[in-house]
Design a protein around this ligand. Sequence first.
Ligand code: MN
Ligand code: MN
Length: 274
Amino acid sequence: MNSFLASKPEGRIVLFGAPFDSTSSYRPGSRFGPQAIREASHSLETFSPEQLLDLEECPFTDDHDLELPFGDPCPALDLIEQKAARVISHGGVPFLLGGEHLVSLGAIRAASSMYPNLRVVHLDAHADLRDEYLGMRLSHATVMRRVLDLVGQDRLHQIGIRSCTREEHELSSRLSTTPEKVSLLAGENPCYLTCDIDILDPSVLPGTGTPDPGGLSFRELSNLLVSMITRLRVVGMDIVELSPGLDPSGVSAVVAAKLVRESLLALHRAPACG
Ligand code: MN
Ligand code: MN
C-alpha cells in the first residue's frame, strides 16, 4: 500500500510539516510528528467509508517539512508564516502538521493578514491562554493568547477545553462554544481551524507532550473535524502536538494520520475548496 500522502501536485490543499518543539515544557518530541504521520499513513487505506471519498480522487500537495531553526521561536514562526502566506496567495489552503502548538501562530498570522475578518476555531484540551509561561510570551502554553491579541475576543472560538488556570478559565469560558454556534456565527467568514491532538483522551492518543485525562474518543473528534470543515469556510488548518516517541506502540501516529485523511477529504468537500 502506498502512503496516502503521496500527493498529486495540482492540489489546492497544501500540506507541510513544521517540525519544531523548542518551547515544549513537559515532554518534547513533537518535532518528529510530521514524519511519523507520513510513515503511519502507509498503514491506512486512501478510501474513507465514513465520507465515501478516496484521496486518490481528491488532489492535494504535500510540500514535506520546513527546515526550521531550534531555540528562539521567532525565526521559525517567520518561516512558517512566509510559507503559509505563499500558499494562500496562490489560492491554496495551508494544512500544517506540527510540531508543538506554537507553530500554528505562524500560519494564523499569514491567514489573518490575508483575511482581515478571519475567525479562529481552537480545538484543544488546554486553553493555551496564558500571557506568558516560564517567562516566555511565545510558547505552546500562550499561543492562543497571542492569537487573541491578533484577532480579538469575538473571533476566537474554543471547543473541548478541559484544562486551564483560574485566570485562563475566566477568559476561556467567554470564548467557549459549540460547533453549531460557530457555524451560525461564522457564516461565510473565513475560518482557520487549529486542532491540538491532545483534545483526544490519552487512552486514544498517549503520544502527546501534555496528555490530560477526560478527552474525546477518536470517533467524536473525527466527526467534529469533518462537520466543522464541511460547514465552515476553512482557509487554513493544522493538526499539532503529536509526539510519536512517547507511544512505542505507534498507534498515536496512526490515529493522527487517520484524522489527517478525514480532514483532507472533508476539505475537498468544503466550500473553500469545492
Ligand atoms: Mn493541548
Ligand atoms: Mn495546545
